[in-house]
Design a protein around this ligand. Structure first.
Ligand SMILES: NC(=O)c1ccc[n+]([C@@H]2O[C@H](COP(=O)([O-])OP(=O)(O)OC[C@H]3O[C@@H](n4cnc5c(N)ncnc54)[C@H](O)[C@@H]3O)[C@@H](O)[C@H]2O)c1
Length: 278
């Protein structure tokens, strides 16, 4: 019998890498549930079983009883979340409630959640910075409480600025590194939000995906940060590309994160292998 593994958001950036690694084990049957809100068929990995739809309809769309659920399928951007608060609520709050209920009712062996490190900013008060961070931190609370109330087996990871292959550089939901790459290749100046000294722990997406799977195998409870230990400012990165820089207005809603929990390194021995400047 193959192990049934569900990855929500499997057509997205990080989810596609999780699927790619999981499929290396022939004993895994990997299902993706994605509504293609910010996912792409070009990210599909041969051998995975793709279902199209919202996580809020998970019960109908997934008749199987998965052994593990990697829940990554959510609205995943900070700056535009102020304008998209209705989408954030629908995709993240309603969607994740359905996923958590699904895991409880189907007795899923483990729910692995993709949390956001933004909640650790402002001495742990970072959840109130923007609608996205609010939804992510609320879902962490919900999953921790399902663990307390119903004994739901779960593990919570925290990510921090993933970069690497299959990053989307187009449109409203483009990521920072993919945007800089695009500007570099087309000879345009880099648009950097002021002051530019804001630091990020850019984490290579394949390291991140490996970490998520490790947490799925061995993690238990909250506190698995999967971030590069080294932080670089946005200006450091633009200067590493090399080229003219145009400073633009800052956007509200994001302060540097504070101390992150370190169970992934301490307990599981996870480490990054690629630094962004390399
Ligand atoms: N990339 C990062 O740096 C980062 C940092 C912190 C947390 N995260 C979290 O990791 C997860 C993956 O992020 P990503 O960068 O790969 O984002 P992404 O936008 O590339 O991938 C998310 C995928 O989920 C799908 N999706 C969104 N809402 C859905 C829903 N309700 N039902 C079904 N599918 C849905 C999208 O279409 C997309 O394919 C997200 O939960 C995000 O909040 C990412």
């Amino acid at each position: 019998m193959k192990k049934i593994i569900l990855v929500t958001g499997g057509a997205g950036h990080v989810g596609s890498h999780v699927i790619e690694i999981l499929l290396k084990d022939p004993n895994n049957h990997v299902i993706s549930l994605d509504n293609y809100f910010n996912g792409f068929e070009r990210n599909h990995i041969k051998g995975a079983d793709y279902r199209r739809g919202d996580t809020k309809d998970i019960d109908k769309l997934i008749p199987e009883n998965p052994d593990v659920v990697f829940h990554l399928g959510e609205y995943a951007r900070i700056a535009p979340s102020f304008d998209d608060v209705d989408k954030v609520y629908d995709l993240n709050i309603s969607g994740t409630f359905a996923v958590v209920e699904f895991c409880r009712k189907r007795s899923v062996g483990k729910l692995v959640y993709a949390g956001s490190s933004t909640k650790f900013a402002i001495e742990g008060d970072g959840r109130h910075q923007n609608p996205y961070s609010f939804s992510k931190a609320t879902n962490v609370d919900l999953i921790n409480d399902y663990g307390r109330w119903y004994g739901l087996p779960y593990a919570i990871c925290y990510f921090y600025n993933a970069f690497g292959p299959r990053e989307n550089g187009e449109g409203k939901y483009a990521t920072l590194i993919a945007k800089l790459e695009k500007q570099y290749l087309s000879g345009q100046p880099f648009t950097i939000h002021k002051p530019g000294t804001q630091k990020r722990n850019f984490t290579y997406v394949k390291d991140l995906a490996r970490g998520i799977i490790l947490v799925g195998e061995k993690g238990n409870g909250d506190g698995y940060s999967l971030n590069n230990e080294k932080a670089y400012s946005v200006l450091d990165i633009a200067n590493a590309f090399g080229g003219p820089i145009e400073m633009v207005d800052s956007y509200s809603g994001r302060k540097d994160s504070g101390d992150l929990p370190d169970k992934a390194r301490g307990e599981l021995g996870w480490e990054e292998t690629v630094d962004i400047l390399d």
